[in-house]
Write a protein that binds this ligand. Structure first.
Ligand code: GLU
Length: 368
C-alpha cells in the first residue's frame, strides 16, 4: 500500500472520534485526520469523507436518557448534523459539501448512479464530499444502519482505491482486546471467511452503532470491489503519519485480484432483497450458465411482493442461499403462472416475458 498510488480514497470517521464525550462535537481528534485529508489532496488524491457523529453531536440538546428511542435518535441526528459539518468545515481551507443518504437511495439503481455522478462532480470541482446516513428520514427497511457499511457502499460508488476506517481500536484482533489480554492485532487479512467474522464478534464502541462486525462486513464489500481497506486507530495521531509513509498502522485487508463487475457488486452488496424464489433442494444447475438459466418451472415457491427489476434471493427449500438476482418477473406474474391449469398458456406467458433471470444479472453467493 502507498498513498502516492491512490487516486481516490474514502475516509470513514466514527462517532467516538468526533463526539468523544457525547456532549457536542470536538475537533480534538479530528485535527490529525483533517491534516491527513489535506495532504492526500495536495498530493493529487481525491478524498471522500464519511462521517458519523450527528446523533452524538445532537444528544446534549435533549433530556439525558441512557437508551434513547429510535425517534429520539432521529431527532438527535437532525439536531447534530449541522454541528458535525461545521466542526469539519473549520478544519479545512477548501470547501466541503454534504450528502445525506439512505439505503432507499442506494438500492435504487437510478438514484445510485445519480449519487455517483454528484460525488464525481464535487470531487472534480475541488470540494470535499462529507457523507452521512440521513438518519432523520429513514424507516427501518431503508436504513443502512451503520456508517461502516455505508462507507463501503460509497467507496464502491466512488470507485475508490482505498477505504480507511478510522476507529477507536487499532484494528482486528484475534479476540476482543477489551476482554482478553492475550489478544493480538492481525496486521493483514487476505481472505474474509467465517474465522475472521468469528474474531470480529463482540467488540463494540459505546458511542457509534458499528462494532468490529460491521467493519468486517464493510471490508468484505470493499475488497470484492478491488478496494484495499484498512481499520486504523483514529485516536492515535501517529496513525496518519504512518499512512502517509506507506506503512500499515492497523489491519490491512487486501483487495481481490479480479474485482466483481460494478453492477454485480451493487446487486450483491448494496441492493436489498425484495423477495425470494425457492427451488427444489436437489437443484444443481449452474445459474451463471446461459443454457441452464432458471425458469418458472424450477421455482417451487415465491415469497414476498416484488416488481420487475427488483432484487430477489434464489434459495433452496432447505434454506441454502444460491444467488441474488434481478427478477424479470413480478411476484404477481409468477403466482399467476403457477396457478394456471393450462400449461400451454403458462408456457406462452413465459415465452413472451423472456428469461426469469438473465445470466448477466445474477450474483452467486459463496457458501460460508
Ligand atoms: N449516522 C449516525 C450518526 O451520524 C452514525 C451511525 C454509525 O455510527 O455508524 O450519528
Amino acid at each position: 500500500m502507498s498513498t502516492s498510488h491512490w487516486k481516490r480514497i474514502v475516509v470513514k470517521v466514527g462517532s467516538a472520534l468526533i463526539a468523544p464525550h457525547q456532549q457536542g462535537c470536538s475537533s480534538h481528534y479530528l485535527l490529525g485526520i483533517a491534516q491527513f485529508i489535506a495532504t492526500c489532496r495536495a498530493q493529487g488524491c481525491q478524498v471522500v469523507l464519511v462521517s458519523s457523529g450527528s446523533v452524538a453531536a445532537g444528544r446534549h440538546r435533549f433530556p439525558d436518557t441512557a437508551e434513547p428511542s429510535i425517534s429520539l435518535k432521529k431527532a438527535m441526528a437532525a439536531a447534530g448534523q449541522a454541528d458535525m459539518m461545521a466542526t469539519w468545515d473549520k478544519l479545512f481551507d477548501f470547501p466541503s459539501a454534504q450528502l445525506l443518504l439512505t439505503h432507499g437511495d442506494l438500492r435504487d439503481r437510478d438514484r445510485y448512479i445519480s449519487i455517483k455522478n454528484t460525488i464525481f462532480t464535487l470531487l472534480d470541482n475541488g470540494l470535499l464530499p462529507i457523507i452521512n446516513e440521513n438518519d432523520a428520514v429513514t424507516a427501518a427497511k431503508l436504513r443502512v444502519g451503520d456508517n461502516d457499511n455505508l462507507s463501503a457502499m460509497v467507496a464502491a460508488a466512488a470507485d475508490a482505491d482505498a477505504l480507511i476506517i478510522c476507529s477507536d481500536v487499532k484494528g482486528l484482533y484475534t479476540k476482543n482486546p477489551n476482554l482478553h489480554e492475550d489478544a493480538t492485532l492481525i496486521k493483514q487479512v487476505s481472505e474474509i471467511n467465517a474465522e475472521i467474522y468469528a474474531m470480529a464478534g463482540g467488540a463494540t464502541s459505546s458511542v457509534g452503532t458499528g462494532g468490529m462486525l460491521t467493519k468486517i462486513e464493510a471490508a468484505e464489500k470493499a475488497i470484492s470491489h478491488g478496494i484495499e481497506t484498512m481499520i486504523v486507530d483514529g485516536f492515535d495521531a501517529d496513525t496518519f503519519n504512518q499512512l502517509l509513509k506507506g506503512q500499515n498502522p492497523g489491519t490491512l485487508f487486501t483487495p481481490y485480484d479480479v474485482p466483481m463487475q460494478e453492477h454485480l457488486h451493487w446487486m450483491m452488496h448494496t441492493s436489498q432483497i425484495q423477495g425470494e424464489l425457492i427451488v427444489e433442494n436437489d437443484f444443481s444447475a449452474d445459474l451463471e450458465e446461459h443454457d441452464t438459466q432458471l425458469t418458472t418451472d424450477d421455482v417451487v415457491a415465491v415469497r414476498g411482493n416484488f416488481s420487475v427489476g427488483d432484487t430477489v434471493l434464489v434459495r433452496k427449500g432447505d434454506g441454502t442461499k444460491l444467488a441474488k438476482a434481478k427478477s424479470n418477473y413480478s411476484s404477481c406474474l409468477l403466482h399467476f403462472i403457477a396457478d394456471q391449469e393450462d400449461r400451454e398458456f403458462a408456457n406462452n406467458a413465459q415465452q413472451k416475458t423472456g428469461p426469469l433471470i438473465s445470466d448477466k444479472n445474477i450474483a452467486i453467493l459463496e457458501q460460508l
